[in-house]
Design a binder for this molecule. Structure first.
Ligand code: GLY
Ligand code: MN
Length: 463
């Protein structure tokens, strides 16, 4: 945990934005895997971690905006629990670590919430994403589980987004720690990208690196020679010469801050000329993003700039044609880059996505662009110092998408389908770093994993 002062400061910052009612911040429970006592890895709710830091199941926190009181609801261990799990600090001892003096048994939460409702106090909560918490909220508030997400508090969501968007120095340190594991995972995957190797062997090995650093992967590892499948969690192929391995992975730090890097390695370690040509375009888009990310510009502008670099590069190879600005304006580049340039990163790899992607990534001034490809940009609004984002341009040759667009002759003024046909066996390339927006620009979080053609080939040549 961070120092108790960190959590107290965050709760008091929330109080400055919220004037009435109470915030009910539910922690998570254990989730059973195949029978009740055999559970998945426990992951605490990120909002609960942010305000209370207590990484244990079955805790709930209340922040009362009217009385100024904070309360932790949780149960001390029974003698049975102690027999199986060992003695552990009391709820009170734990709550003090988060600067909370008031604790009550979990069973008292229902009474407390019902009293608050009776007194006419608004109960603010974030949108629950787990069935048990939807059911718990139903029992606490009377709002049916099926619709309880619709009753989440927009003022609370907006206030949390405002706080969590700007990372504190202690949070940046955690992101840097997560990036250390992420760096090692990428380098290991590069070294292992050899002909005849099962993808799962690499995925399992790098998952082990994350675990050895003390945290689980920050999301299910994406690793495949079918890198044209953007989020490919199947690792069942045997690597073949001439293919490219896309490895998109990250680790959680001990305090659950995420890393997220993507690198693309030629199987066997040597890029072909054709691979190099596409790789250099993606790298140019990634480098230009580093250069242009700074306070005051919107990430939507940076995204469109990166897309133009991609369209320009593809035009130079004859895969696209026509005016680059028009091509990107009309969305023709999305045949090759159908996703966004990046997302915020923090306690969640897609930071705060539980609070609503549009509320996190957009505001009144910058609205999402409803166009295939660009609509997948998770974060588009104006950048501020302390924001942490990913920079992850890519170029993919997705046979089904190529066929679908070609059939409609879609954007035929901008796409040279005859040549694109010849790239259907290419796969994909994505290059992803994590950026911290500074006062004057941005910097990469953690050491940048090898990224130039020369750097990747040099690493991939080793074991
Ligand atoms: N690294 C996975 C993603 O950004 O969606
Ligand atoms: Mn990412």
């Amino acid at each position: 945990m961070f120092n108790a002062e960190v959590y107290k400061r965050r709760r008091s910052a929330l109080r400055k934005q919220m004037t009435s009612g109470i915030a009910l911040i539910l922690g998570n429970s254990e989730a059973s895997m195949n029978y009740p006592a055999n559970t998945y890895h426990f992951r605490q709710d990120s909002n609960f971690l942010y305000f209370f830091g207590l990484d244990f199941p079955d805790f709930a926190g209340v922040i009362d905006f009217e009385t100024g009181q904070d309360i932790i609801f949780a149960d001390d261990l029974s003698i049975d629990d102690i027999v199986w799990m060992g003695d552990q600090p009391s709820v009170r001892e734990r709550a003090l670590l988060a600067g909370v003096e008031n604790t009550r048994p979990f069973s008292k939460l229902a009474e407390y919430i019902s009293e608050a409702i009776k007194k006419g106090k608004k109960v603010h909560f974030t949108p629950p994403y787990r069935a048990v918490n939807k059911m718990l909220l139903e029992s606490l508030t009377g709002i049916r589980a099926a619709v309880v997400r619709d009753h989440a508090s927009t003022p609370l969501i907006r206030a949390i987004i405002a706080l969590r968007s700007v990372k504190e120095p202690c949070e940046i340190e955690e992101l840097e720690k997560a990036a250390v594991a992420g760096y090692e995972m990428q380098v290991k995957a590069m070294k292992m990208a050899k002909v005849g190797r099962w993808e799962q062997t690499i995925a399992g090995t790098i998952e082990g690196i994350s675990l050895a650093h003390g945290g689980v992967p920050s999301f299910p590892i994406i690793l495949s020679q079918n890198g044209q499948i953007l989020h490919n969690h199947s690792h069942n192929n045997i690597l073949e010469a001439g293919r490219l391995v896309v490895c998109d992975c990250g680790a959680e730090s001990l305090l659950h801050y995420a890393s997220d890097h993507t690198r693309t390695t030629p199987v066997g370690g040597k890029f072909t000329d054709r691979q190099k040509e596409i790789y250099e375009i993606v790298l140019a888009a990634n480098n230009a993003t580093n250069k242009n990310t700074k306070p005051g510009i919107t990430y939507q502008q940076v995204h469109l700039m990166a897309c133009k670099i991609i369209a320009q590069g593809l035009s130079e190879l004859g895969l696209m044609k026509g005016n680059v600005d028009d091509a990107v304006c009309e969305g023709a580049h999305a045949l090759f880059m159908p996703h966004g340039l990046g997302h915020m990163i923090g306690l969640d790899v897609h930071d705060m996505e539980d609070l609503g992607q549009t509320l996190v990534g957009y505001d009144e001034e910058t609205r999402p662009i409803k166009q295939f490809g660009t609509e997948a940009l998770r974060f588009g609004r104006k950048l501020e110092p302390g924001f942490c984002l990913t920079n992850e341009p890519g170029i993919y040759f997705i046979p089904a998408l190529i066929d679908a667009w070609k059939k409609e002759n879609k954007h035929a003024d901008f796409i040279n389908y005859d040549l694109v046909e010849k790239y259907k066996d290419f796969g994909g390339i994505r290059l992803e770093d994590m950026l911290l927006v500074t006062e004057s620009g941005c910097r990469i979080i953690g050491e940048r994993p090898p990224i130039t053609v020369e750097e990747v080939e040099a690493i991939a040549a080793t074991e």
